[in-house]
Write a protein that binds this ligand. Sequence first.
Ligand code: GLN
Length: 480
Amino acid sequence: MDVRSLTIDQVQTGLRNKTFSAMELTTSALAFAQAENPKTNAYLLFCPERALAAAAKVDELISNGEMLPPLAGVPIGVKDVIVTKGVRTTCGSKILEKYIPPYNATAVDRLEAAGGVILGKANCDEFAMGSSNENSAFGPVRNPVALDRVPGGSSGGSAAVVAQGTAVVSLGSDTGGSIRQPASFCGVVGVTPTYGRVSRYGLVAFASSLDHIGPFSRNVADAATLLKVIAGRDSMDATSAFAPVPDYNATLAQSVKGMRLGLPKEYFAGLASETASKINKGIEVLESLGCTVEEVSLPHTEYAIATYYIICTAEVSSNLARFDGVRYTARSEKSDTLSDMYRNSRGENFGAEAKRRIMLGTYVLSQGYYDAYYLKAQRVRNLITQDFAKAFEKVDALITPVSPFPAFKIGEKVNDPVQMYLSDIYTITGSLAGIPCMSVPCGNTVEGLPVGMQLLTKHFGEETMFRLAYAFETAGGFAG
Ligand code: GLN
């Protein structure tokens, strides 16, 4: 069987018709993933025992004639910032190189309870900070579509395993674009749900008020299935929402005729020309489906990057304080005093980007600067959120590019953090507002590099977003 292009539906049909058993599928998926991984470095670790045990359970259900749960036998990759009980979770950092979590993230529990088979842990930027996966302490990930290019970040490994066919779906995390941007660079679907839709319990905290867990897949229906499984209230995360979880797949195929789409004018300046032409073509496809299109304005967009890098670094400086050489982590052997031990353990084991953000965050929270930076940034964040609320009074969804340019070459931006930060210019606003957003493939450039189109809707508007994405995919928009 060819595991490279399987969808959740095909896995279920194959199991039901006994074309293959879950054991057979898992064994070949693991063998294929292990053989292919050296090309991309997308998996940091495989967990064959856990995968085979999960597969055996699915086969038992089948032999007992029981109903198959929604992810039965589906090979899955999990970003290495999401904890897995008994399986090393590094967050792409040397400081957690040997960390074995004693518990599972809620999302992991839920996908395993739904029959999902976790093959391994996906590479990422250190603590999810980055846009290219080059900040991983365990080496960069290569984009399966063009091996000399980055897969995007920070969930580069999660996007790459789905694009490479070494998992059917995967979990990533998004704080400012880390699901959507790599999805767009690798030509797959990536979804950042509403903040609070999916429990963050067991997602190692980067910037807690912005962190989300979300799915990657090769088609819209699979993303909807995976989101339904992991979404919903969890008493272990006080910010998780009580709102009931709709059956997204049930409404996927509903017509989008008459849907009102907004094009925020601030998002269409400064695009690489091929990106612009692909997105414009995508918009034409949506119009041909009966959607109406109008220009809207999100006037505070220009402040988004500055706002994000104040809020996220402030939260980083606090969240990363726990990695102190005592708990979880690598301890420096070189220290005589306690404060030396803290300093050396952190100094030796955090990478440059983590250090940069801890310092920036400590600065913006310090006495005398707190009001000028942190408090002001929180106010601007509110204005950005209101921009979206006003736009959604007029339109059902917004359509934008995901990134100003397609996947860049490995090494091209590593020495210029500001350039790197600018790659997230169109994704950060949605994260600050906490609204659902996704990237759908929208064709390739002449060089064959994928372009992603971003769809955004109001809080808990995932059903509308998925419907639109599904209609676009079905109309051939993915081929662009
Ligand atoms: N690239 C952005 C950053 O470095 C977003 C990262 C993310 O969403 N985790 O902060």
